[in-house]
Design a protein around this ligand. Structure first.
Ligand code: GDP
Ligand code: MG
Length: 217
C-alpha cells in the first residue's frame, strides 16, 4: 500500500522551463482488476505479463514524441482508495496530476459505475483540479463475448463529462495504450496553454491599469 515515488521531485520541478524536456504527471484511477497496472506496464515495457499484484507506485518513463523528450510520471493507484469511501480521489492525487486516466472493464458494470462516480468527484473538486484533462478508458476489449458496457454508453458518458474516450485491450496491443498516453499529453498541453493564456490576460490588465494609474497621478 506504500506509494514508492520512483521519481525525483526536485528534478521535475526544474524541468518545467526546459524547452527540450517536458513533463507530465499522469494519475490512473478506477476499480480493482480493470487493468490499471496492465496499462501502466504495457506503456513502460510494451509487454503484457498477465499478473501484476497489488502494489501502488509512481513510475517514471521518458518517451520521445515528435523529436521532443517527454518525461511521464505515472501514478498507478490502488482501489479502494479508502475503506469508508472506496471511490474517493484524494486532494493530494489531484494536486499532483496534470492528467487522469480513468479505467473500467467493458465486462464489469460496477467498474463503469466507479468511473462515473470518480469523474463526478473530480469535476466537483476545487477550482484548479476540477478542470484536469481526463481520458476514460474501457479496457479488456478483447473479451467481446463478456461485454456488458457498450461502446456507445462509454462514449456518451465521456462526452457528457467533457472527457476523451478510448476502448482498448491492454492484453492484446501496445498501440491503443500508446494512443491513450499521447492523447492525454495533447490535452495536458492544451490545458497548460489555456492556463498560461489566462495568466497572460491578467498580466496585460495589470500593466494597462498601471499605465492609467500613473496618468491619473
Ligand atoms: P488493476 O487492479 O486495475 O491494476 O488490474 P490489473 O492490471 O492487475 O489486471 C487485472 C486482471 O485483468 C489481470 O489478471 C490482468 O491480466 C487482466 N487484464 C488486464 N488487462 C486486460 C485486457 O485488456 N484483457 C484481458 N483479457 N485481461 C486483462
Ligand atoms: Mg493494480
Amino acid at each position: 500500500m506504500v506509494v514508492q515515488d520512483k521519481t525525483n521531485s526536485h528534478q521535475y520541478k526544474t524541468m518545467e522551463g526546459n524547452q527540450h524536456k517536458a513533463e507530465a504527471n499522469v494519475l490512473l484511477l478506477g476499480a480493482l482488476n480493470v487493468g490499471k497496472s496492465a496499462l501502466t506496464v504495457r506503456f513502460l515495457t510494451r509487454r503484457f505479463i498477465g499478473e501484476y499484484g497489488e502494489i501502488e507506485s509512481i513510475y517514471n518513463h521518458t518517451d520521445k514524441i515528435d523529436g521532443r523528450e517527454i518525461s511521464f510520471n505515472i501514478w498507478d493507484s490502488l482501489y479502494p482508495q479508502s475503506c469508508e469511501s472506496p471511490d474517493s480521489v484524494s486532494e493530494k492525487q489531484l494536486l499532483w496530476a496534470d492528467g487522469v486516466i480513468l479505467v473500467y472493464s467493458i465486462c464489469d458494470r460496477s467498474s463503469f459505475e466507479v468511473v462515473r462516480h470518480q469523474v463526478q468527484l473530480i469535476r466537483q473538486a476545487g477550482k484548479t483540479c476540477a478542470h484536469v484533462p481526463i481520458i476514460i478508458v474501457g479496457n479488456k476489449r478483447d473479451l467481446q463475448h463478456q461485454r456488458v458496457v457498450s461502446s456507445e454508453e462509454g462514449r456518451l458518458f465521456a462526452l457528457s463529462a467533457d472527457c476523451a474516450f478510448y476502448e482498448i485491450s491492454a492484453a492484446e496491443t501496445y498501440h491503443g495504450v500508446l494512443l491513450v498516453f499521447h492523447e492525454l499529453l495533447e490535452l495536458i498541453k492544451e490545458s497548460r496553454s489555456v492556463k498560461k493564456g489566462a495568466i497572460g490576460i491578467k498580466g496585460i490588465v495589470r500593466s494597462v491599469s498601471a499605465v492609467f494609474g500613473k496618468k491619473r497621478e
